[in-house]
Design a protein around this ligand. Structure first.
Ligand SMILES: Nc1ncnc2c1ncn2[C@@H]1O[C@H](COP(=O)(O)OP(=O)(O)O)[C@@H](O)[C@H]1O
Ligand SMILES: N[C@@H](CCC(=O)OP(=O)(O)O)C(=O)O
Length: 356
C-alpha cells in the first residue's frame, strides 16, 4: 500500500491577512479524499495555527513575542482543526489531532509510542493531522519548522513519498523573483551545491525558509524516501503529482536505497547527542567510503563529554564538520581505555550509524 506524508506550509493555507483560506483547504481535503479512494494512506502535517490565531488577535495584551506565539498557536490550532474536520466530514473522513514536540523524538521508546499511535489511526482509516505543539514548544529544542517535523514523521512512518507543499513551484537556481532563474526539476545526491541558490527570503508566514526544506528533503531522500517540493496553491496539485508527476513543474529529490528503521530514527536525533567524538582522517575516509564500516576506537582522536552504553553521540572530523550520529556499544570509560588501540570492539556498529 502507498502511504504518503503531506506537509502544507502556512502560506498555502492562509490569505494575505493570515486568515485561513477555506476554499484552498476544501480543495486540499477533496484531494486527500481522492487519494484515499485510490488506496493511498495520508499523514498530514499542517502549519497555519499561528497565522490563524494572529488574524484574530493582532497584539495580545501584556505579552512578549514568545507568549504571543503561544496564544496565537493555541487559538489558531482550534480553528484550523475545526475547518479541516468539517470539510473532511463532507467526505466521511474522520481526522485526529496529533501535536508533538521535538522532545518526543528523543528516546526510542517514546518514538515507538508515537509511531504506534499514528499507525493505529491509519489502520482505522482516520487521517492524522500533525503539528508542532507550539503552545508549549518555545525553547531551543523546537523543530526548525514543520518541514523538519514532516521529515521525521515521513521516516518514522516509512512512507513512500514526502510532499512539501509551499507557495512556490520548487527550488530555483537563483532568486525566484529573477527572470533568468529556472526550476531545478530533480536533485540527485549532493545538496550542498543548492545552498548558493537559496536566499534567506521566506514566504509571509513561513518559519524555516527554503534552506531547511532543502536540508530536510536531502536527508529524507538519503534514507530512501523520494521528496517532492511543489506549489500547494495550485488546484489538485497532489492528485497531479501522484498521477502524472512528470507533467508537473516541481522539484523532486531522488531517493537512495532504503535505510533500516534504526538509521531512520538516528537521522532525526540531532540535538539529542550526549557527547561528541572527533575522528581522524583515516576513520573519516573509511566511514565515508562505499563500504559498510563501523567506528573503531583506533580512529577516534578525542572524546568530549560523557556517555553510557546506548547513548547517541555526534561524530565530527578534526575541522569540526559533522560526519554523522551513532548509538554507542559501550560507555565513556571503556571507550577511553580503548582509545587509539587496534582490535577493540567498534564504539558504534555500522547498523547503528547514520552518516550525513
Ligand atoms: N532558490 C530558491 N528557490 C525557491 N524558493 C526560494 C529560493 N530561495 C528562497 N526561496 C524562498 O523560500 C520560500 C518558501 O519557504 P517558506 O517560506 O519556508 O515556505 P513554507 O511556509 O511553505 O514552509 C519561497 O516563498 C521563496 O521566497
Ligand atoms: N507550527 C506552526 C508552523 C511553523 C512552520 O513551520 O510554518 P511553515 O514554514 O509555514 O511550514 C503553525 O502551525 O503555525
Amino acid at each position: 500500500m502507498k502511504r504518503i506524508c503531506i506537509k502544507i506550509g502556512s502560506n498555502v493555507l492562509t490569505k494575505e491577512n493570515g486568515s485561513l483560506n477555506k476554499i484552498r483547504i476544501k480543495n486540499l481535503v477533496y484531494q486527500i479524499f481522492q487519494l484515499k479512494q485510490m488506496g493511498i494512506q495520508c499523514l498530514l502535517v499542517s502549519s497555519g495555527a499561528v497565522a490563524a490565531g494572529k488574524s484574530h488577535i493582532k497584539n495580545p495584551l501584556k505579552t512578549d513575542t514568545i507568549t504571543s506565539r503561544q496564544i496565537w498557536s493555541a487559538m489558531g490550532q482550534v480553528e484550523l482543526l475545526n475547518i479541516y474536520s468539517s470539510f473532511l466530514k463532507e467526505f466521511d473522513i474522520e481526522c485526529a489531532q496529533v501535536l508533538v514536540t521535538k522532545q518526543d523524538f528523543r528516546t526510542r521508546e517514546h518514538y515507538l509510542n508515537m509511531k504506534n499511535c499514528l499507525t493505529s489511526l491509519l489502520d482505522n482509516g482516520i487521517l492524522p493531522i500533525i503539528n508542532e505543539n507550539d503552545a508549549i514548544s518555545v525553547t531551543a529544542l523546537m523543530f526548525t519548522d514543520n518541514d523538519e517535523l514532516s521529515g521525521l514523521i515521513a521516516s518514522m512512518m516509512n512512507v513512500t513519498g514526502l510532499y512539501l507543499l509551499s507557495n512556490i513551484n520548487g527550488i530555483y537556481n537563483g532568486n525566484p523573483t529573477d527572470r533568468n532563474t529556472t526550476l531545478l526539476q530533480t536533485i540527485n545526491g549532493d545538496i550542498n551545491r543548492l545552498k548558493q541558490y537559496i536566499t534567506t527570503q521566506k514566504s509571509n508566514f513561513g518559519r524555516g525558509g527554503m534552506l531547511t526544506k532543502c536540508t530536510i528533503a536531502g536527508r529524507v531522500a538519503k534514507l530512501g524516501i523520494p521528496v517532492h517540493i511543489a506549489n500547494g496553491s495550485l488546484d489538485n496539485i497532489l492528485l497531479k503529482l501522484l498521477q502524472t508527476p512528470e507533467k508537473i513543474e516541481h522539484t523532486e529529490f531522488i531517493a537512495n536505497k532504503k535505510s533500516s528503521p534504526v538509521k531512520q530514527w538516528l537521522s532525526g536525533s540531532e540535538g539529542f547527542e550526549k557527547a561528541m567524538v572527533v575522528i581522524n582522517q583515516g576513520a573519516e575516509d573509511a566511514l565515508c567510503s562505499d563500504n559498510a564500516t563501523s567506528l573503531l576506537p583506533i580512529g577516534i582522536s578525542e572524546i568530549r563529554g560523557s556517555f553510557e552504553k546506548g547513548d547517541i553521540i555526534k561524530i565530527v572530523n578534526t575541522k569540526g564538520k559533522v560526519i554523522g550520529l551513532g548509538k554507542t556499544q559501550y560507555n565513556r570509560s571503556k571507550a577511553d581505555a580503548c582509545l587509539g588501540k587496534t582490535g577493540a570492539k567498534p564504539l558504534v556498529h555500522y547498523d547503528y550509524l547514520f552518516l550525513h
